[in-house]
Write a protein that binds this ligand. Sequence first.
Ligand SMILES: C[S@@+](CC[C@H](N)C(=O)[O-])C[C@H]1O[C@@H](n2cnc3c(N)ncnc32)[C@H](O)[C@@H]1O
Length: 204
Amino acid sequence: MKPSNSLAHAPATRRNREPIFNVLQTYLPDPARVLEIASGTGEHAVYLSSNLSQVVHWQPTDIDPTALSSIEARRQSDHHPKLFPARLLDVTAPTEMPQGDYNTLLAINMIHIAPWQAAEGLMKLAQNLLSNDGVLFLYGPFWQADVSPAESNLAFDASLRQRNPLWGIRHLDEVTHLAKEQGLIRQAVVPMPANNLSVVFRKE
Ligand SMILES: C[S@@+](CC[C@H](N)C(=O)[O-])C[C@H]1O[C@@H](n2cnc3c(N)ncnc32)[C@H](O)[C@@H]1O
């Protein structure tokens, strides 16, 4: 994310937003009340909340105040009736957990760029917050037991670990196990461009 004034831009969002939109169109509840974790620049929040017809309410959040400024600047730059003001949320801090009537939790490119505790916090949040049949959507690179790692993901993983030894691409089986412990069943794994996956969990 490169800040320019308060409006930050992450180049990957332009490339991945359409494929993500296509998967969400299939798996989102209708109507969808979405809590987005780690919204970053806010580009996905703006694009997806505006274009997904199922969405009636999109709440962007992030741990980083700079990200919140960017999300808010984007939100106010145009008419986004379904997009709510960005809120501070650290998914590892249970005392700050939001309340609300949400049936969708979404985290794009987060669990590998944060310590494993962020994945744990995300699953606990999903268990506490989602209504029955609610959906948790993850997007990013994962290691899969039956798939050889892509060269690009090996290099990306090494660069993440160099930046922070607690970061790194997660094993899909371990994430699925963590989800199951919190009552979330894996519903779909969708291959995405550039060796990423969309992973959809549903609360039982
Ligand atoms: C690579 S960015 C992804 C942003 C956006 N989802 C996207 O795809 O463009 C990772 C984001 O995770 C956020 N993040 C890291 N740790 C977090 C935590 N514990 N709780 C909430 N957000 C966190 C960072 O502030 C950052 O905005």
